[in-house]
Design a protein around this ligand. Structure first.
Ligand code: PBG
Length: 332
């Protein structure tokens, strides 16, 4: 056949494919979400095989290990003891609580690790909601916005005092990014960043995470604050708000089923974009690979590359440690 152009020429060898590759995954892109509790034991999380809920000392050991592998950012998710949960979630701003203690430990043992904290009330709320709950008198629940934002500001300040580098409000209340920015600045924490959960969808893919922390809503669902899965223009609207309110990084969550949202926000903003490959995405890959039907390393790498290609600068993933190991092996 006579052909001037043959696309396959650029795929001919590993060396050439390396030259023309448009997207690469690097250990510097990874953020490792970690679970912990105040018990002295590290326990396997039933809903997330391969993930542990760490003791404080266990988590510290794991942090040092992943740091040595090149991971430079973690995000902390506590399982709060049932007796510390309450209607007002007050434990979230206790300077002597589990999260501030963990931040200080990590910063002491591994100062180069960027510590990101989740700001939302669900682990602390006896109702299992991200905000304060009132009954509307007709048997329904209402999540209070402005009152919740006041508590979230206290929570963010508590994390900042303990040494958090970045706070990540995952609650989806209106106006919380701006309010947290002002609260941090007024207290002298101008350098503490905000990673906003900008487009966080009301997704069924969070199930295994709620199992890990025992934080599922006791009643109702999160559809009055998290976004409707059908919407993408609304994600742009949330982006505009978070930008105006001073977000340093914006996030799309979940990642895999929302690649179009990542791509859309990439077109609309100059801010860095984070994407969260959530617990349900993790579990789907894990269970398919446990059955031997998929090749775990290949599928994980491809799923993350897809998220980056869509436009994410960084990825929160429960596979972070394995990926760091695989990237090392590939380089070596
Ligand atoms: C809580 C929070 C959730 C996740 C991160 N922060 C759960 C939820 O909103 O119900 C989910 C993460 C995952 O599924 O991996 N504010």
């Amino acid at each position: 056949m006579e052909m001037m152009i043959r696309a396959r020429r650029n795929r001919r060898s590993g060396a050439i494919r390396g030259l023309v590759r448009e997207t690469r995954l690097s250990v510097a892109d990874l953020i490792f979400p970690m679970f912990f509790h105040e018990d002295g034991e590290d326990v396997e999380i039933a809903s997330m095989p391969g993930c542990k809920r760490w003791s404080v000392s266990g988590l510290l050991g794991e942090v040092k290990e992943v740091y040595a592998l090149g991971i430079r950012a973690v995000v902390l998710f506590p399982k709060i003891a049932e007796e510390l949960k309450s209607g007002d979630g007050a434990e979230c701003a206790n300077d002597l609580g589990l999260v501030p203690g963990m931040i200080r430990e990590i910063k002491g043992a591994c100062p180069g690790m960027c510590v990101i904290t989740d700001v939302a009330l669900d682990p602390y709320s006896s109702d299992g909601h991200d905000g304060l709950v009132v009954r509307d008198g007709m048997g329904g629940l209402r999540i209070l916005n402005d009152e919740t934002v006041d508590v979230l500001c206290e929570q963010a300040l508590c994390h900042a005092r303990a040494g958090a580098d970045i706070v990540a409000p995952s609650d989806m209340m209106d106006g919380r990014v701006g309010a947290i920015r002002v609260a941090l600045d007024d207290a002298g924490f101008e350098e503490v960043g905000i990673m906003a959960y900008t487009a966080k969808y009301a997704s069924a893919f969070y199930g295994p995470f709620r199992g890990a922390l025992d934080s599922a809503p006791k009643e109702g669902d999160k559809q009055t604050y998290q976004m409707d899965p059908g919407n993408v223009r609304e994600a742009v609207r949330e982006l505009m708000l978070d930008e105006e309110e001073g977000a340093d990084i914006v996030m799309v969550k979940p990642a895999g089923p929302y690649l179009d949202v990542i791509a859309r926000l990439r077109d609309e903003t100059t801010l860095p974009i984070a994407a969260y490959q959530v617990s349900g995405e993790y579990l789907m890959i894990k269970s398919a690979c446990a059955g031997g039907w998929l090749d775990e390393q290949a599928v994980v790498m491809e799923s993350l590359l897809g998220i980056k290609r869509a436009g994410a600068d960084m990825i929160l993933t429960y596979f972070a440690k394995e990926v760091a190991i695989w990237l090392r092996q590939e380089a070596g």
